[in-house]
Design a protein around this ligand. Structure first.
Ligand code: WTA
Length: 653
């Protein structure tokens, strides 16, 4: 199905599912007055949400808004690790599971709140002994093991902003992120497990750190042991387990200003260079705490599982900070859904009695392909609520999820948000809002969204436009690290005073939002953000390549697949070799496997406008098998016609 047809199908969706009565009766958010109250007094609403946290010093003002700069809960002081740990150590929660972890090889570990607090205090002391102070940046490059949230919380305890880099990124990508943040210390592991293989994390760190003079120390967790040989550099590298053994279990939490940085997280944008999205302490924690409680409806005995990797924002907000600040049990799984077999997720749900599951449409579409018999072999009756995130979900996948995983009994919450928003922004509240397959429904209370045209004017229902956010929200990014102009330019300049999301959307007659995908040069591959320009830069970095244009082509499982159109330099074009594999691995080396092009198409020329701009829109038309759009601005329209014909020949062959 081409993308246009998929969107058409989405817009004709008419099914509605009311919240199940049994669910609504017990829901954390059960009264739709919350929407009216928050709309009438958003600051009052957010102040009530912030009051759910423990503050060392109360705030003086809820919001100072000097567009596009917001400060939330100014004057307030708090510590995120205190809110995620210490305050749960009184009463029954002390011995409750904070983290239930399962490694890919099948090893398991459960940490109670008490145990987690001990580990975090120790780790904070280790970091302090290695010279980390309030304000120092720490890069974390780790597999999905409990030491990852422990390291994050230890940084938060000291007031040292962390920058977690997804373990699938290459050494070069890691180097760039370390340099941009000017990190003083890197926390990593010897390796991690992925589909039975070892990912050589420490080796990548060695390669990266050879070119990052800012890094003084490297702390290494042992995960894979003898499966990977690691070199420890004297006076630079330390084993985590050695230092943890001697560290004290008491480290007082640093009182942080509400607006102090909690973390930096790099994400892809429309240029080749990723942006360091900056999140602060009070507003961010308020946003993720409230959304987790009200959307995922967490109760004392829930086992909540978000299947994302903590290397992405979803893991930051909805594996670590949201659930733990609510005193919930958060399940973490190290590996991939297809290892050792296609039933891994369902055996985890069954084994641990998972009650709330939060995953991505791309995973759901894989499960569909693998067949409903696989989940049917497991007892999934513990599940009571399902969530999805990361990309638009097609109604068919939504329905399949509801039926085959949720037994037609669990509400499905499709949650729209971004690294930049920090928290979920558009979503149903499962006990209140009737859902429609494929729609993220309504803005969360206290969030204001609109769909506008080129001029920034709201468009009528049924008409597509740009999704914007019209008022500040507490978990919003505060800036782009080290590049305040880029913050203003990227998000606040297209429509002054209004946040531009980069997404297209449509409103229906009921005021429901339907997300239509990115409208900029950002691709969404299996729910991961990849910039077209990043991949293009990686390609033209290869000595054989003259020019490259990259587009996201509709893909039935991954959402989008990466297609690259490349022109080779003379010598390479004539050498009679196939450069496909070489170019793909070059991109993997520059960025990581998530950016590996699915397809490389070699062309003698790329379609350009008279002013020399490559027309990516036409390349998308070609790759998705559509009629070519408007070609009148092209310098030479025959180029694109020839390209289309050759492309189709190759596709058939
Ligand atoms: C897309 C992930 C439709 C969107 C939390 C957004 C979605 C980008 C949804 C952010 C959804 C995320 N429906 N599209 N429910 N959730 N997106 O920064 O294009 O990795 O702009 O944050 O993912 O990706 P990011």
């Amino acid at each position: 199905m081409t993308e246009n047809k998929a969107i058409e199908a989405l817009l004709q969706e008419a099914r509605v599912f009311a919240p199940p009565v049994e669910f609504a009766m017990q829901a954390n958010a059960a009264d739709d007055a919350v929407y009216r109250e928050a709309a009438a007094d958003p600051e009052g609403f957010w102040a009530r949400m912030a009051a759910q946290l423990t503050w060392f010093t109360p705030w003086q003002r809820v919001l100072e808004w000097d567009p596009p700069h917001a400060r939330w809960f100014t004057g307030g002081k708090l510590n995120v690790s205190y809110n995620c740990l210490d305050r749960h150590l009184i009463g029954a929660r002390r011995n409750k599971a904070a983290i239930i972890w399962e490694g890919e090889p099948g090893d398991r570990r459960t940490l109670t709140y008490w145990e987690l607090a001990q580990e975090v205090n120790r780790a904070a002391n280790v970091l302090r002994d290695l010279g980390v102070k309030k304000g120092d940046r720490v890069t974390i490059y780790m597999p999905m093991i409990p030491e990852l949230p422990i390291a994050m919380l230890a940084c938060a305890r000291l007031g040292a902003p962390h920058s977690v880099v997804f373990g699938g990124f290459s050494a070069e990508a890691l180097r760039d992120r370390i340099l941009d943040a000017q990190a003083k210390l890197v926390i990593t592991a010897d390796g991690g497990f992925r589909r039975g293989q070892v990912v050589p994390l420490k080796r990548n760190v060695d390669q990266a750190v050879a070119q990052t003079p800012c890094v003084e120390k490297v702390l290494v967790v042992q995960r894979v042991g003898e499966r990977e040989q690691v070199m420890m550099h004297r006076d630079r590298d330390y084993w985590w387990h050695d230092l943890m053994l001697q560290a004290s279990t008491r480290c007082d939490p640093e009182p942080m200003d509400a607006e102090d940085i909690l973390y930096i997280l790099y994400t892809s944008g429309t240029t080749g260079k990723p942006k360091g999205v900056v999140h602060t302490t009070g507003g961010y924690l308020t946003g993720v705490n409230a959304t987790t409680r009200l959307i995922f409806d967490l109760k004392e005995d829930d086992v909540y599982w978000c299947t994302a990797d903590i290397g992405w924002v979803t893991g930051h907000s909805y594996i670590v900070y949201g659930p733990l600040s609510n005193g919930a049990t958060s399940l973490m799984y190290e590996g991939s859904p297809d290892y050792p077999d296609w039933e891994r997720f369902w055996s985890i749900v069954e084994r641990h009695g998972v009650t709330v599951l939060y995953t991505a449409p791309t995973a759901i579409r894989s499960f569909m392909r693998w067949g409903p018999e696989l989940p049917a072999r497991h007892d999934l009756s513990s599940l009571r609520l399902l969530g999805t995130v990361g990309e638009p979900i097609n109604p068919e996948a939504w329905m399949w999820y509801r039926e085959h995983i949720g037994g037609n009994r669990c509400p499905v919450v499709d949650t729209w948000w971004q690294t930049e928003t920090g928290m979920i922004m558009i979503t149903p509240l499962p006990g209140i809002v009737p859902t429609k397959p494929g729609s993220a429904t309504r803005p969360f209370p206290g969030v204001f969204a609109a769909v506008v045209d080129e001029q920034g004017q709201p468009v009528p229902p049924g008409q597509g436009g740009y999704l914007v956010l019209t008022r500040p929200w507490p978990a919003m990014l505060r800036t782009v690290y080290g590049d305040p102009d880029r913050y203003v330019q990227t998000y606040w300049s297209r429509f002054p005073g209004v946040y531009f999301t980069g997404d297209g959307a449509k409103l229906d007659e009921d005021g429901y939002f339907w997300l239509l995908g990115r409208v900029d040069d950002v691709m969404n591959v299996s729910g991961h953000r990849v910039g077209t320009m990043e991949v293009e830069s990686a390609l033209v970095d290869h000595p054989a390549v003259a020019e490259a244009a990259v587009i996201g082509r509709h893909d039935p499982i991954k959402g989008q697949a990466i297609a690259a159109f490349v022109t080779l330099k003379e010598a390479a074009a004539r050498d009679g070799q196939d450069h496909t594999a070489e170019l793909k691995s070059h991109v993997v080396e520059k960025i990581g496997a998530i950016a590996r092009p699915d397809q490389i198409f070699f062309a003698a020329e790329l379609p350009k406008t008279r002013s020399g701009k490559i027309m990516r829109r036409l390349l998308r038309d070609i790759a998705e098998g559509r009629q070519l759009g408007d070609t009148t601005t092209l310098a030479d329209p025959t180029v694109v016609q020839a390209l289309k014909e050759r492309y189709e020949e190759e596709e058939e062959a």
